[in-house]
Design a protein around this ligand. Sequence first.
Ligand SMILES: CSC[C@@H](O)[C@@H](O)C(=O)COP(=O)(O)O
Length: 364
Amino acid sequence: MKIEGQPYRSLWWSDEKGCLEIIDQRWLPHELRIQEVRSLDDYADAIVQMRVRGAPLIGATAAYGLAIAMANDPSDASLAAAYDRLHATRPTAINLRWALDRARTALAPLDPERRAEAALALAREIAGEDVDINHAIGTHGLSLLRRLAVEAERPLNILTHCNAGWIATVDWGTATSPIYQAHDAGIDLHVWVDETRPRNQGALTAWELGSHGVPHTYITDNAGGHLMQRGLVDIIITGTDRVTRRGDVCNKIGTYLKALAAKDNGVPFWVALPSPTIDWTVSDGLREIPIEQRDPREVSHIQGAGPGGIAEIRVTPKGTPTRNDAFDVTPARLVTGFITERGLCPATEDGLAGLFPDLIARRA
Ligand SMILES: CSC[C@@H](O)[C@@H](O)C(=O)COP(=O)(O)O
């Protein structure tokens, strides 16, 4: 997508510099900073610190991380250590394990001398596939939005939570891909952007949508139900960090409450789902998906841009205990359906298996 008219991806490999370059998302939406990622430590740090974030982008970054490890030392021990190091960075988004498993399966049988080149080619392939998958999600989502727009007879109001935008992926985004494609197709729409405390990923979504000229309004996390009660939300589209084979959706904290309010108000709740985000090995999202516990400081303090740069201030009394669950699980029964790269389907095991019969063999 474009920033001030110039096309960007969230990461790209520079042959000239011999390293990966990323948009360091900690500085967005205030500053566009590009960072070179060179060592395995840099890769792990980029994911842990959320310089790169969003399930698909974490997966693609990890694939490049394994490639760097193989360039430095292609031995079996190095492959195993790099896998473990990267896998330990963040626990919830399944795309991380998906990308690492795919790379390890491809690299392990190879002669070590061939691993570096093969790992880099595979990382490029994973990044390229992500772009294609997200574009296809957008095409299928566009047909859904087109139908709703005809019924709405006014600008179509879409609500989204967190940032499942192009910077959470390599390009296009998942939840935003239908929005960008609908906007580009001339559909009159407006997006309610949830703030998404504590990391305020909504500000990233607002920055993206603003750069693309998509009409939007930034709202507090608690406003969604109120807007739904007043008929001001026609559809919700979120991304996801992991979907179980029966269709439970793990996504950024607060998603569950939006789904509950949507059910109560008859608002369709759709989830944009790339197939690498399906964890076929688990069924019950509440019991089986590990929820990342992040630094309580993200709750007790807020960050923003001030006259002297980026500033952090405390919002709680000193010493107040805080807890920071980064994700929650929305049971499949609250999800209207999935928008995938192969089309739309209900949030059920049969729905997913019908679209992805070639992938269900990954079931435990
Ligand atoms: C296309 S991204 C889908 C999800 O990864 C996104 O909604 C989300 O929860 C991101 O969480 P984050 O903690 O910012 O990595």
